[in-house]
Every structure is written in C-alpha cells, then in structure tokens.
Design a protein around this ligand. Sequence first.
Ligand code: F3S
Length: 104
Amino acid sequence: TYVVTENCIACKYTDCVEVCPVDCFYEGENTLVIHPDECIDCGVCEPECPADAIRPDTEPDMEKWVEFNRKYSELWPVIISKKDPMPGAEERDGEEGKMEKYFS
Ligand code: F3S
C-alpha cells in the first residue's frame, strides 16, 4: 500500500485524489490519508504529490504511517476532487515537526 506521510500536513495539495483509480483518499482538516485496505498499490499518486508526501509502505519506518492512515481513513470522509491547497502551503512544504505544530 501507499500512505500519506507528514509533509501533507498543512499543505494538502490534493493532486493525488485526481489520479486515484479507486478513490481511496480521505480528508481531514489539514491532511489527507489513504485507506490501506482500499489502495491497490498502483502507485500513480506518488509522483503527483508536489510535497512528496506519498510513500510506499515498503520504505523503512512506515508502520506508524500505515496505522495513522488506517485510523483516520475510517473516521474521515472520502475526497474525490482536487481543491485549493491550504493557505501557506508553499511556505510549509518541507517544514519540520508538522505533526506537532499543525495536526488537529
Ligand atoms: Fe497531501 Fe500531496 Fe495529496 S500534499 S493532499 S498527499 S498531493
């Protein structure tokens, strides 16, 4: 599966949702997540993210992100259309500690 990781927080570009063939992105206030059981591992979303926030779970230390994506995809509504990024997305792209600072 692919997962959305920390750099999506406070950016939320949403280019990813436009290309997903199975509509498995879910939207919270300041980040998106992928439902790990619905993701078919096609990989088309990964290069679409301007913030490079989408990673395959085969990379090291991805367990916590799989759990994060699983937890919130069960709670949040599906998103199937691109929308404007969050205000200040470009400045916050790559910022450290986004989870502590912005996730709510
Ligand atoms: Fe987030 Fe990147 Fe999608 S910033 S909303 S994972 S395009």
